[in-house]
Design a protein around this ligand. Structure first.
Ligand code: PRX
Length: 574
């Protein structure tokens, strides 16, 4: 721990929206954020209005809102375009008898129609359910069934994965594509849109009314529907300002798909609440395409994930030099631990620090972050967002002193805190089992300077010979070895030590597995971190099991190791 704590990369933008962190934290009031919105006075709330229509009303309708590209399309939509189109889709939905509170799912690859659909659903006060395009039959059915979805927007290509005969509540499917054959319950999206009026009555809702239902996997059981309300916009707006540091003329790119919470909270809501231009790129990851996207759109603020940054690091420095990335001002990361090695590399190669941010589907928005005006300690998630109180507590709710590992907890409530787990009150209550706190399920410690350091999920922490070991530190060290591309570490039961550390490793191009290499890698960790943190067992794999958001699935590694069923794999990469 102490080894990592010593390193600091000083602030690169002292004149950010946040300014001095300590002062901003001490003087913060949520009411000041609320006053930014007219509903503070009128009581008329709808997030889609605040994200799109408000900017048109303010005379900014001609500003580009969406810059979409994939291998087939390259299109620009202004705020006025999105207003018209989302109005049309709102009318299409109403034409099918869909109304406030209904769950309407979207299941398709990234496209302008996906974003228009989400806005239209919100405009009528219905609840959006985003499904990642790679979900297969069972995953789709579980989510539609659990939520009682009445309608779905999808494409002809994905339709076969929707088991309509087993989903009696699912009345309407909107199909986005060419030459759609309409039949009972199937509506041709394009034709319906053309026929719909470009004006609509926005459904004004209560700030505590439903907005979005994101399904996410727990450590046990089927995915749970995490339910957020319109009030979450306060957190999206606030963090858009102090964490993303969004300014008037920014061009912002969040690489996440709206099937995941990052792709909605920060791929839709935060940038549009701020009226900035939002870049969306469809298709798969490739270093060249990504750098080209940054260059072509003159992206200024870029939000991505450690896996992507690690892959970009793997692609090397030379390719970076082939592109003009001079517009980039601010880089952020989320979703899994951001290895110190990656932060150092990014700083050297992009000339900017990568700012780690911590939050979860359940939290709806960023909670612990690094800010442009604050020194970064590589490997730390940063400090609580102004307005958020975070602490490390023990299982009885006692706040632990600095440098003690425990439950990462957040004082309740905050604007984007989940309000329900759909159909599962007991699961919801588990998170709030200690009065006054949300228990994240992550373990962490806080250092003397108030920086939080992620250690693992509660169920992933390794205990070897009485020493508690956070797998993240071991993995971070492993990926610093030149031969290691990616690493996942688990505790393997051991009769003497309780658990020993076992590492699953995929090697970089040009390295071949051997016993010598295993010994060398283990020695590297032993010498670089500590003896008790060195893996006693190493197994090389061509690929490690990962979620689509890039997290290495240690639970699957553990299941391989113990010859157990791997559980729900609906979020795995392939
Ligand atoms: O374990 C933490 C990890 O991802 C979990 C939340 O995952 P999900 O709901 O899919 O949301 C991901 C995007 C918001 C957390 O419980 N996690 C998220 N961010 C970080 C992280 N782990 C370490 N460092 C982070 N910055």
């Amino acid at each position: 721990m102490s080894q990592l704590q010593g390193e600091i990369i000083t602030a690169d933008a002292p004149s950010s929206n946040l300014g001095n962190y300590e002062e901003a934290y001490a003087n913060f009031h949520w009411e000041d954020v609320e006053k930014q919105f007219s509903w503070y006075v009128t009581g008329k709330v709808n997030l889609a209005y605040e994200a799109i229509d408000r900017h048109v009303d303010a005379g900014k309708g001609d500003r580009p809102a969406l810059l979409f590209s994939d291998s087939a399309r390259n299109e620009t939509y202004t705020f006025a375009d999105l207003q018209r189109k989302s109005n049309q889709f709102a009318n299409v939905l109403r034409g099918q008898g869909i109304s406030k509170g209904d769950r309407v799912f979207v299941f398709m690859p990234r496209s302008p129609e996906l974003y228009v659909s989400i806005l239209g659903i919100i405009k009528i006060g219905a609840v959006v359910g985003p499904l990642f395009e790679a979900f297969m039959e069972t995953a789709v059915k579980d989510r539609l069934e659990d939520s009682g979805a009445v309608a779905l927007v999808t494409t002809p290509g994905l339709l076969p994965r929707v088991k309509r005969d087993e989903l009696p509540l699912l009345k309407t499917i909107f199909l986005v594509g060419e030459d759609i054959e309409t039949q009972e319950g199937i509506v041709d999206y394009n034709t319906a849109m053309e026929a719909a009026s470009e004006e609509t009555e926005i459904e004004w809702v209560n700030r505590e009314d439903g907005l979005i239902l994101h399904y996410t996997s727990g450590s046990t059981g089927k995915p749970k529907g995490v339910y957020h309300v319109h009030n979450a916009m306060l957190q999206h707006y606030h963090t858009g300002s102090v964490v993303l540091d969004l300014r008037e003329n920014d061009v912002y790119w969040c690489t996440a798909d709206p099937g995941w919470v990052t792709g909605t909270s920060y791929g839709i809501f935060a940038p549009w609440l701020h009226g900035v231009t939002n870049v969306v790129r469809g298709g798969r990851f490739s270093p060249g395409d990504w750098y080209e996207t940054l260059q072509r759109n003159k992206v200024t603020v870029w939000y991505s994930a450690p896996t992507a940054f690690r892959m970009l690091m793997g692609a090397g420095e030379d390719i970076v030099k082939q592109y003009d990335l001079s517009h980039v001002r601010h880089i952020l990361s989320v979703g899994e631990p951001l290895n110190p090695e990656v932060v150092r590399w990014g700083h050297k190669v992009y000339g900017h620090r990568i700012h780690d941010t911590w939050w979860m589907t359940e939290t709806g928005g960023q909670l612990i972050c690094n800010y442009p005006s604050m020194p970064i300690k590589p490997g730390s998630m940063g400090k609580p967002v102004p307005g958020i109180e975070a602490a490390i507590i023990d299982d009885n709710g006692k706040i632990l002193p600095p440098n003690r590992m425990g439950n990462l907890a957040v004082r309740t409530p905050w604007p984007s805190m989940m309000r329900l787990i759909w159909n599962n009150a007991p699961k919801y209550e588990e998170y709030f089992r200690i009065p006054g706190w949300y228990i994240s399920g992550d373990t962490a410690y806080m250092d003397e300077d108030g920086y939080f350091w992620f250690q693992g999920r509660i169920d992933d922490v390794i205990n070897s010979s009485g020493e508690r070991i956070g797998p993240f530190e071991v993995e971070s060290k492993l990926v610093e070895h030149p031969a290691v591309a990616e690493a996942g570490v688990i505790g393997k039961p051991d009769p003497t030590r309780g658990e020993i550390i076992k590492a699953f490793i995929s090697l970089r191009e040009g390295y071949t597995p051997s016993e010598e290499l295993k010994a060398e890698i283990a020695r590297f960790v032993k010498e670089g971190l500590s003896a008790h943190a060195a893996p006693r067992e190493i197994e090389f794999k061509d690929k490690l099991p990962k979620t689509r958001s890039g997290k290495i699935m240690r639970r699957v590694l553990k299941a391989w190791e113990l010859n157990l069923p791997a559980g729900d794999l609906s979020t795995i990469e392939d």
